[in-house]
Structure formats: structure tokens, C-alpha cells
Design a protein around this ligand. Structure first.
Ligand SMILES: Nc1ncnc2c1ncn2[C@@H]1O[C@H](COP(=O)(O)OP(=O)(O)OP(=O)(O)O)[C@@H](O)[C@H]1O
Length: 578
């Protein structure tokens, strides 16, 4: 079985903190040793008081020092352990967030955004068990149990045999409950993941939910998952609750057995009273490391189940980085060339042998009915969808021969609708830049898209944080996305319905801006607006995943029935006003 990437990461995290963890183990052992020595000292003191004679002050002083040192060492050890555990969680969270954002787009969609978030939250938190329990608590407890058993064996091997026999029976019973606990914890983790996914969808669309008075219906799946998480947590608690009484029962039976056997051995003179008392004290103490072992085994099983969920992100395929070096651009090659490209989404063919050339300069408009595959075409160029067949070239070079980052630098995408992150206007605008653009540059880009006044009106201007307070309208946010694309000065500009939310003035302004940009770069625009389409240098008609016609407005108006239908639909008089 391939190693789990999450467990690999944890093992690196542990190795990076091996000094502190080793100190924690040593301190835990010191604390354990103090616990082991204490009954012997108490037995000695009792012997002195009981008439054996000798100095009592020195053993009492030793006892005080050892008890205090044991308590201090125990506390320090547990602090070091907790700190290492928390750092391990931090490592997992950082790894998840860094990996998740680099996964291939279809992979992120398959896992689900809420599910990815849950891997960073509750699942990562479970990793602590593997580091602290697995690395120190379990080995230290095992050492303690062994040491107790050795000392108890030295004191009286017959009573030891009774003790071991009883605890072995208890351990067998506890094992069955641990398995139930693990299964319940797995179910709980899965339910919490689905809860995060469902909650993400409801709260992103909270205004729609309210507008349709669907609050109760929308949260029904969330309530189901909350119920499932609680039910599995209760099952886990039930299994966990059995561990302590079983261990206690084992201890009680062992005490009764030891008292019976010890009484006989005391009477026969085979056992000294002080040894008998010391043995009983060890028996009382033995239950602590045994409990730690049983509960630790449960926590580790839960942690490993969470690690398998985190593996889904850490082990998933990231976007290919592409070629190591930027290729030579073929002179005279078109900006983009698609040859017989085929794409299927969800098992359904969406692009069917699409061939298309986008010249180095000029505005190219893609038109076609809803669902025809226009956005998918743009996504193919960005590498957001897999092509099943065909070839896509940027500046004459196949996409896979480019470094992916270089493709994204040369091709700017403005997606349908708003694409604003919860950041300041400045950060949103500079998203594609490796340097920090000057304020002049930012204002100039905002002016180009007719947004300067709106941003100047924001109290914090360029530093106004968007997203949190809905400071901009949908159309303004869309124009901000266009300004962001202008700021990377790409050779190819892809726009998906850029005028969808625009008024007439801004639509005209954008059409003029795109025409100006088209003088020295390729502008590809999916649009339904006739005025924008008619002004384009080239128009591509897409229908049911196929390119059905290419030409300018004049040519297509007479030669393409599909285009004529498009023009007719756009130009049709308003049926209400007719
Ligand atoms: N992730 C997906 N899984 C399955 N099918 C998908 C997926 N994304 C898109 N589709 C389907 O692919 C087809 C093309 O979608 P696309 O978004 O490219 O259409 P479009 O021409 O841009 O439409 P519109 O004008 O409505 O935006 C649609 O039928 C859509 O249902």
C-alpha cells in the first residue's frame, strides 16, 4: 500500500521537532520513574515507622523531592507534547491549503469546496492524536506498564500472574469497543465534511434561499448531517465510555484476586507485609498507563481515519506545471489555434471536433445558444477542462509545451459574472501581477472600464475591502474583473459575457476599449449582445458543441442561417410593446 501523504507529512513534522519530543519523552519517563519509585519509598517509610527502625527523615525528604520532580516533569512533558501536536496540525492545515489551491479544477469540483475546507478544520485537528499520542504517550505508557510489571514480578510473581491474567481479559473486551469507536468516528468525520459542503452551498446563496422563503428546506440537508454527526459521536462516546469501567472492573477483579492470593501467601510467610502493600500500590497505579494505552489506541485510530480524508486532498492531482522553459514563439502563428478539440463533461459531449483560429490581433466574438459550449471553449484554453482529443496551440506552440504559469500570464480570462475575492480593490486589481502596480496604473485601468468614480466614492478608495460588505454592484464587480485583466497586459484576452450586467453607456465604452485593445492583441469575447458582436472583426457561431460558421457580420448575415437566427432574435421587437 502506498504511504499516506498525510502520515508522511506528520512524520516529517515529528522529525522536525524531534528534540522537543525527545525531551517530552524523557520528562514523561522521569515522571513515570517517580511514580514507580514512590510506592517503594512509602513502603520503606512504613517499615521504619512500623518498627523496623532506622532514619525516617531522609526517606521522607527523598519522597518529597521525587513526588515534586515527578509532577513538574509530567507537566512540562505534557506542555511540550501539546505544543508539538498543535504545530503538527498547523503543518497539515498549511499543506492542505497550499495543495488544495493548486489542484486541477475538475478535482476541486469533484471533492467539493466545503469538503476541502473540512479537511483543514476538524480533520486536521484529529492529527494531534497521531503526534502526541503515537509518538510519546503510547511508548511512555508501554515503558511504564513494563516497568510496573517487572517491579511487581520482583515483589511477587504469583500475584503478578493473577494481575496480568485479569487485565488480558479486560484488554480483549476493550478491543471490541475500540473498533466500534473507530467506525463511529469515521462516520462522524464524513458527516462533518458533508455538512461543511452543504453549508457552503446554502450560505453562498443565502439571498436566493431567503427570497424563496426556503430557509427550512435549504437547511434540511444540514440538519440531517448535524444529526448524523451527533448520532455517530454518541456511538463513539458509548464505545469510549465502556473503556474506563472495563479497565476499572479489571482492576477490581485483580485487587480481589491479589488480596486473596496475597493473604494466603502472607499467612504462609512467603510474602512480607511491606511487599504486599507496595504491590497493591503498583496495582492501583498500573491502571493509569493501561488506560492511556487503551484510549491512545482509540485516538490513533480516529486520527488515522482523518488522515485518510486529508489524503484525498494531499494525494490528489495538482495542475501540471507544464514545460520548464518558455518555448520559442512561432512567427506569424495565430494567437490561438484549436484543431479537432473534443471535450466531455459529466459523460456528456460538450465540444465536438472544434477547430478555430484566433488571429494575433482584432476582436473575435463567439456567439451561440445557451449551453452551446462557449464558456467551455474558453476553459479549454486556460486548461480548466480536459480535452479528450485534438490540439490547442498558443502562439503556434501546443499548450503542453508551455509552462502553465506562462500560459496564464499571456492569456487573461474575465469570467462570467463577478469574480471578486474578499480583498481590497487594490489587491483584487493586482491579482495577476508579480509586482505592485502604481496607483496611477490602477486608476488608469479603472478609468478604462468606467469605474474610477465608483472606486473614488468608496470611503477607503483603492484600499476598500470588497466581499465582506458588498460595496459594489454586480456590474461594477464585473468591470473590476476586466480592469484586473487589463493590468496583466496579456497577449490574449478572453472575456465571457463581459457586457452582461452593463448599461448602454458602459457597454459602448467597453466595446470601444476592446476595439482599441484589439489593435495589438487578440480579444476573444463570448457575448449575446448584437451591438458588440456586429462590431467584432471575426464572429464564430457555436451550436451544440460545434463551430457552424466563421466570418464577419456582413458575411454571416447573408451566409449563416444560425447567425441570421441570432440576429433575428436580438433584433426582434419587444412582444409587450409591439
Ligand atoms: N462541470 C460540468 N459537468 C457537466 N456538464 C457541464 C459542466 N459544465 C458545463 N456543462 C455542460 O456543458 C454544456 C456547455 O456549457 P457552457 O457553459 O460551455 O455553455 P455556454 O455556451 O457558455 O452557455 P451559456 O451561454 O448559457 O453560458 C452545457 O450543456 C452544460 O450543461
Amino acid at each position: 500500500m502506498a504511504e499516506s501523504p498525510t502520515l508522511g507529512l506528520l512524520s516529517r513534522s515529528v522529525r522536525a521537532r524531534r528534540g522537543r519530543l525527545a525531551a517530552s519523552v524523557v520528562l514523561a519517563l522521569v515522571s513515570a520513574a517517580a511514580g514507580i519509585v514512590t510506592p517503594l519509598l512509602i513502603a520503606r517509610i512504613l517499615g521504619v515507622i512500623g518498627g523496623a527502625g532506622g532514619d525516617v527523615v531522609w526517606p521522607v525528604a527523598q519522597l518529597v523531592v521525587i513526588v515534586l520532580a515527578g509532577a513538574f516533569a509530567g507537566g512540562w512533558s505534557s506542555y511540550l507534547l501539546s505544543a508539538a501536536g498543535e504545530r503538527a496540525i498547523e503543518d497539515v492545515r498549511l499543506a492542505v491549503v497550499r495543495r488544495a489551491v493548486r489542484l486541477r479544477v475538475p478535482v476541486i469540483r469533484r471533492i467539493g469546496v466545503g469538503e476541502v475546507v473540512s479537511r483543514m478544520g476538524p480533520d486536521a485537528a484529529q492529527m494531534r492524536a497521531i503526534t502526541d499520542t503515537g509518538v510519546t504517550v503510547m511508548p511512555v505508557s508501554a515503558v511504564m506498564v513494563t516497568a510496573y510489571l517487572i517491579v511487581m514480578g520482583i515483589l511477587d510473581w504469583v500475584m503478578l500472574a493473577v494481575t496480568v491474567g485479569t487485565f488480558v481479559v479486560a484488554a480483549i473486551a476493550i478491543r471490541a469497543f475500540l473498533a466500534g469507536m473507530r467506525r463511529a468516528a469515521e462516520a462522524q468525520q464524513a458527516a462533518l465534511g458533508r455538512l461543511a459542503q452543504a453549508a457552503q452551498s446554502v450560505f453562498t446563496m443565502v439571498t436566493t434561499v431567503k427570497a424563496y422563503r426556503a430557509e427550512d428546506r435549504a437547511i434540511a440537508p444540514l440538519e440531517d448531517e448535524i444529526g448524523e454527526a451527533a448520532a455517530s459521536a454518541v456511538r463513539s462516546a458509548r464505545a469510549q465510555a465502556a473503556i474506563s469501567p472495563l479497565m476499572g472492573l479489571g482492576q477490581q477483579v485483580a485487587i480481589i484476586g491479589v488480596l486473596a492470593v496475597g493473604g494466603v501467601r502472607l499467612a504462609s510467610g512467603a510474602l512480607e507485609t511491606t511487599a504486599f502493600i507496595a504491590f497493591l500500590m503498583y496495582l492501583f497505579q498500573l491502571v493509569n498507563p493501561l488506560m492511556a494505552l487503551a484510549q491512545g489506541a482509540g485516538r490513533i485510530a480516529v486520527g488515522k481515519a482523518a488522515a485518510r480524508r486529508v489524503d484525498e486532498v494531499l494525494g490528489a492531482e495538482t495542475e501540471p506545471a507544464g514545460a520548464a522553459r518558455t518555448p520559442e514563439v512561432a512567427p506569424g502563428a495565430p494567437a490561438l489555434r484549436l484543431s479537432d478539440v473534443e471535450v466531455s463533461l459529466g459523460g456528456k459531449p460538450v465540444l465536438d471536433r472544434v477547430s478555430l483560429e484566433v488571429p494575433r490581433t482584432g476582436v473575435l466574438a463567439i456567439v451561440g445558444p445557451s449551453g452551446a459550449g462557449k464558456s467551455t471553449l474558453l476553459n479549454v484554453v486556460e486548461g480548466f477542462v480536459e480535452t479528450e482529443a485534438g490540439r490547442v496551440e498558443l502562439l503556434g506552440v501546443p499548450l503542453q509545451e508551455w509552462p502553465t504559469a506562462e500560459v496564464r500570464r499571456r492569456v487573461a480570462l474575465v469570467e462570467q459574472g463577478s469574480a471578486i475575492l474578499s480583498m481590497s480593490v487594490r489587491e483584487n486589481l493586482a491579482l495577476g501581477r508579480s509586482d505592485s502596480p502604481s496607483d496611477d496604473e490602477l486608476w488608469s485601468a479603472l478609468r478604462d472600464v468606467g469605474l474610477e468614480q465608483a472606486v473614488r466614492a468608496l470611503p477607503a478608495g483603492l484600499d476598500a475591502v470588497l466581499g465582506a460588505g458588498d460595496q459594489m454592484s454586480g456590474g461594477e464587480e464585473q468591470r473590476l474583473s476586466i480592469a484586473r485583466a487589463l493590468l496583466i497586459d496579456a497577449e490574449v484576452l478572453l472575456l465571457d459575457e463581459p457586457t452582461a450586467h452593463m448599461d448602454g453607456v458602459n457597454e459602448r465604452r467597453l466595446t470601444d476599449l476592446l476595439a482599441a485593445l484589439g489593435r495589438d492583441r487578440a480579444v476573444v469575447m463570448v457575448t449575446h449582445r448584437l451591438s458588440t458582436v456586429a462590431a467584432a472583426d471575426t464572429i464564430v457561431v457555436v451550436d451544440a458543441g460545434r463551430v457552424t460558421a466563421v466570418g464577419d457580420h456582413g458575411t454571416l448575415s447573408s451566409a449563416s442561417p444560425a447567425y441570421q437566427a441570432f440576429v433575428h432574435a436580438q433584433a426582434a421587437p419587444d412582444p409587450v410593446g409591439a
